[in-house]
Design a protein around this ligand. Structure first.
Ligand SMILES: *[C@@H]1O[C@H](CO)[C@@H](O)[C@H](O)[C@H]1NC(C)=O
Length: 262
C-alpha cells in the first residue's frame, strides 16, 4: 500500500449561462471518485478522492481520464488525463526462502569456504526492499568459526572446523530491510568426519624384565590405543613387529583400570 493523492482539477468554459455549467465525470476507476467542492467564491471545483486502500505491490500507478461536459445543446466536452503514481511504504517484511537451512561439510573445509547461502526477499521498493543479513544471538564458537556476508547472505568458514570438537552447529540468522522490518531463520550445519587423527599408543604398564619361567599368557604390558576419529576412521588394529615370543590381545576398554594381570 502506499501514499494516495487527492487532486483538484479545475476546468473552465469560455461560454456564458447554461452553456458554461460544467458537469464532471471520471472515466471508470474503482479506486478514485470525484467530489465537487464549492470554494468561497461559489465556484465548483472537482476533487479526486481516494476510494479504497492502495497497494503499490499490486498497482504502482493509475491513468485516469477526467471529463468535463458543458450544459449547451449540443453539449461539448473536454478531457484531461491524470497519472497518479503510488509511492512505496514499508508494509512488507523480508521473508526467508526457508525456515531452516541445512548444510553438511567436511571438517577439513578450508577457512573462507562457502558453506551455504540464505535468501530473503522483500516485496517493497527501494531501500524498503534492500535486505541485510546478520547473526542472531549466536554462541561465541559460531561467531568465530563462521561469517555471514550481510549483502549476499553467504555463510563461509572463518576458522578451522573440528568434527571431534563439535559435529553440529545450530544458530539463528536475521534478515532486516531498510525500514527495519525483520525475519528469522535457523541454520543447521553438520560437520562430517575426516581421517585427520592418527592412532595414539600409550603404555599403561610394562613388566620388564620378565623372568624366564613366566608362564605362557603372562601379561607383560598393558597398552591403550585410541583414535579420535569416528566410524572406520577411528577403528584401530594393532600389530607387533620385531622378534619376540609375544602377542597382542584385545581387552575391552571398559575393564581398565579394574583389570590387573592374571
Ligand atoms: C510517474 O512514474 C512515471 C514512470 O516511472 C514517471 O515517468 C513520471 O514522471 C512519474 N510522475 C510523477 C508525477 O511522479
Amino acid at each position: 500500500a502506499g501514499q494516495s493523492g487527492s487532486g483538484t482539477g479545475s476546468s473552465s468554459d469560455a461560454d456564458v449561462g447554461s452553456n458554461s455549467v460544467l458537469t464532471y465525470q471520471l472515466i471508470s476507476n474503482p479506486s478514485f471518485s470525484l467530489a465537487l467542492r464549492e470554494n468561497p467564491g461559489g465556484k465548483k471545483q472537482p476533487e479526486l478522492v481516494l476510494e479504497r486502500a492502495l497497494d503499490r505491490e499490486k498497482q504502482s500507478s493509475f491513468e485516469l481520464v477526467l471529463m468535463a461536459v458543458d450544459g449547451g445543446d449540443p453539449a461539448r466536452s473536454g478531457t484531461v488525463q491524470v497519472r497518479i503514481n503510488v509511492t512505496d511504504a514499508n508494509d512488507n517484511p523480508p521473508v526467508f526462502s526457508k525456515r531452516i537451512y541445512e548444510a553438511r561439510v567436511a571438517e577439513n573445509l578450508p577457512v573462507g569456504s562457502l558453506v551455504l547461502q540464505v535468501l530473503a526477499t522483500d516485496a517493497d521498493a527501494g531501500s524498503n526492499r534492500k535486505v541485510s543479513y546478520s547473526f542472531g544471538n549466536v554462541p561465541d564458537d559460531v561467531a568465530m568459526l563462521f561469517s555471514i556476508d550481510s549483502e549476499s547472505g553467504e555463510i563461509r568458514t572463518a576458522g578451522p572446523l573440528d568434527f571431534e570438537e563439535n559435529s553440529k552447529y545450530t544458530f539463528d540468522l536475521e534478515a532486516r530491510d531498510g525500514g527495519g522490518l525483520t525475519d528469522k531463520c535457523e541454520v543447521q550445519i553438520d560437520i562430517t568426519d575426516v581421517n585427520d587423527n592418527t592412532p595414539e599408543i600409550t603404555i599403561l604398564s610394562l613388566s620388564s624384565p620378565v623372568t624366564e619361567d613366566a608362564p605362557t599368557g603372562t601379561v607383560v604390558a598393558l597398552l591403550k590405543v585410541r583414535d579420535r576419529d569416528s566410524g572406520e576412521n577411528g577403528q584401530v588394529s594393532c600389530e607387533l613387529s620385531g622378534e619376540a615370543p609375544l602377542s597382542i590381545v584385545a581387552s575391552s576398554v571398559e575393564n581398565w583400570p579394574g583389570r590387573t594381570g592374571p
